[in-house]
Design a protein. Structure first.
Length: 154
């Protein structure tokens, strides 16, 4: 084993220190140690030093992508664990695809809910911006028509 790992920007590199790997993916060393504690990464130990290999780098890329799209660390771990089943990663591929499709469906539902909420909020904002208090009666009226506002109730 060489005294120091190869340049981490070289994609042919097979070893990385915690500092190098955290720099490559713009995460903190603490994040890498946390993922290790969760069983998602398993760097080799040389004394007090962690040495990450190419497989750890690939796993970290999976972890970070999974986090970006909203998977929990438990879900990511389950998908990563399917890598070693010996079936040419067919199960991992199928499960990951299913999970991605479920996530897409959930995100689309959230988007629809957000759009409905935005529409309601925009309507309410328009209503509020177009009413004034009648100086003579003290009632709220439509600014343009002068007609009384029924109520602010839902």
């Amino acid at each position: 084993m060489p005294d120091s790992p190869k340049n981490p920007t070289n994609t042919n590199s097979s070893q990385y220190t915690i500092k190098e790997l955290s720099s490559v993916y713009d995460v903190t060393a603490r994040t890498l140690r946390y993922y290790e504690g969760q069983g998602l990464l398993s760097p080799e130990r040389v004394g007090q030093h962690r040495i990450y290999n190419a497989a750890d780098r690939v796993r970290l890329a999976w972890i970070l992508r999974g986090r970006r799209v909203g998977f929990s660390l438990a879900e990511i771990g389950e998908m990563l664990d399917l890598y070693d089943l010996g079936d040419g990663r067919e199960t991992q591929r199928a499960v990951t695809l299913e999970r991605c499709e479920e996530r897409i469906k959930a995100l689309k539902a959230q988007r629809d809910d957000l759009n409905a909420t935005l529409k309601e909020l925009q309507g309410f904002s328009t209503l509020i911006s177009n009413v004034v208090r009648d100086d003579q009666t003290g009632n709220w009226i439509h600014a343009e028509t002068g007609e009384p506002l029924a109520s602010y109730g839902p």
